[in-house]
Each structure stands twice: as C-alpha cells, then as structure tokens.
Design a protein around this ligand. Structure first.
Ligand SMILES: [Zn+2]
Length: 300
C-alpha cells in the first residue's frame, strides 16, 4: 500500500456541488494542512437544474449531458480546494441522480434512491479499507433537507462504515478498518438566522431579488446539537471559488449565493458538524480529528 498521510478524512456526498457548499472550507483547510482528503460523490447530478441559459441544453429534458459536464465542474472545484482524491461511488455513472422526492426518476433503473443499500455500501467499503480514514463526514438521516439522494448517501455511508469494520465482511475488499468518528453536516439555527438578517439588509445591493428562508438551509438544528465547528475563514476564497466552479448549479456573489431557485443564501465559511453515535464532547470541538490519536487510527 502507498504511504498515506497521518490524518485521513472521507466525505460522502450525493451530487457534485454538495461537497463545496457544505464542506468546502473544511476540505480546503485539511488538504492545506497535509491531511488526506477523499471525496466520494454518489451520483453525477444528472437531474440538476441548469442556471446559465447558454448551458440549458444540457438539461435531462433537452439534449442531456449534464452528468459528464458536472464531472468537469467537480474536478475544477477540487482543484480550487486542493483535493486530489475524488471518486464516484462504484465509478462515474454507476448510480444516477434520483431527482427530487416523489418524481418518477426516483425509481428509474440505476437511480441511487432505488439502489440496494448493502450493495451500494460495498463500493464504499472498498474505498474505506483503502484510504483508512479516521473521520467520515456525511449527512444526517434526513439528508439535511429530504432529497432522496442525500438520504441514501447517509444510509450508504453509515452502512459502509459498519461493514468496513467487520473483518468477516468481504475480505476481498481489503482489511477491516474502523472509522473513529462520524460527523453529520449541521448548522446552528442562531448562526443561520443572524446570517439571513445580514442578507436581508444587503439584498437591495445584490444581483438577487429574494432571500431564501432559514429552513431552506439543510441541516439547521438547535445549537446544542452541534458538537464541532471548523473555522474555515482562511479558506473562504477557496470555498467560494469551488462553488463558482459548479456554475451550472450555483451563482456566487461575495458571501452570498443562489441555487437554480434564485433564492439568496449565506455562504458559510465556518462549517458545523454533529458527532454521531458517540458521547457529546464537553466543549465544542474545533478539529474533526480531535481525540483520534491521528497516526494510530483504528487498525484492526
Ligand atoms: Zn445534492
């Protein structure tokens, strides 16, 4: 096996752009600090709505081709974050974007939402056993906001973490590895409320007409639920650049951005997490690797 850095972080996301919106500053920070940062994206995001009119032909109900195009956007975003290791679950195109909850695409052959969780998880087990991350980042059980692919990414990531640690499970996929800490993306409600108050003041000077609502932000929770915050202020420019690289999906203006719904949202450069399945730390953590003993990890 090739020599891996001491600290290794794995992120599991549903579509290209989710990583930059949720974890861009965290990824840039750990990559800059020399940690191994591995991103696994579960679908190509083929069902996304396209913002730039000149690219509207990529939409699935027009000529198509959005998936491969977004693969290019993701590569460009990863360059901005300094992340070299990014992969698609099971390889590019293995699982397809399922669209929003309740649409017929949910059940199309190949749709990620329709995939067998254990089968999909084995693709991730292989990555976990290769990279041996101490830390996993994914969504909460509701996928942050109920998108089927986000919920499924949560299920697959959690199941893969469990299976990867089981020595009897698929030894052909590599030696068992136990991930020390699993985090779910969260944002404390007061932080979101305060940011939206500033946004509403700034709105008249922005190229956006309307603001989103606090509850449009994925993963908003009471502050007590948040166990960890990563100050990515130094990586704000890298995060914004990574988000800009996803130009079919995101328009950035200063510390604000819109998705295809054109509702302005704050761009957070401090990113927040809930440590899952472990006792709450007494003091809010400032480092995802806190207490992992880094170099030792969890070799079984
Ligand atoms: Zn998504």
């Amino acid at each position: 096996m090739t020599e891996l850095p001491d600290r290794r972080l794995l992120l599991v996301h549903a579509h290209p752009d989710d990583e930059s919106i949720n974890n861009g500053a965290t990824m840039a920070r750990y990559a800059a600090e020399g940690a191994q940062v591995t991103l696994v994206t579960c679908t190509l995001g083929e069902e996304g709505e396209v913002i730039p009119p000149e690219l509207a032909h990529l939409a699935p109900d027009r000529e198509g081709g959005l998936g491969p195009y977004r693969t290019g956007e993701l590569s460009a975003a990863m360059k901005e974050l300094g992340v070299a290791d990014h992969r698609f679950l099971g390889g590019p195109g293995r699982f397809r974007d399922s669209g929003m909850m309740g649409v017929e695409q949910n059940h199309r052959p190949g749709a990620f939402w329709a995939a067998d969780v254990d089968e999909a998880a084995d693709h991730l087990v292989e990555v976990i056993r290769e990279v041996r991350p101490q830390v996993l980042v994914t969504y909460d059980p509701d996928g942050g906001y109920g998108h089927p692919d986000h919920i499924q990414a949560h299920r697959v990531a959690m199941r893969a973490a469990e299976l990867a640690a089981e020595p009897a499970h698929r030894p052909d996929l590599g030696g068992a590895w136990r991930i020390a800490k699993t985090y779910w993306n969260r944002v404390p409600r007061p932080v979101v409320e305060e940011a939206f108050a500033r946004l509403r003041e700034a709105l008249p000077g922005l190229p956006f007409d309307r603001a989103a609502a606090v509850d449009d932000v994925p993963g908003v929770v009471d502050p007590e639920t948040v166990t960890t915050e990563i100050d990515g202020t130094a990586y704000a420019a890298a995060k914004a650049a990574a988000m800009r690289a996803h130009a079919t999906q995101i328009t950035v203006d200063g510390p604000w951005f819109v998705l295809s719904n054109e509702l302005a949202q704050p761009l957070f450069t401090t990113e927040y997490y809930e440590l899952a399945g472990a006792p709450r730390p007494a003091v809010r953590e400032r480092d995802l690797f806190e207490g992992t003993g880094t170099a030792e990890g969890g070799d079984l």
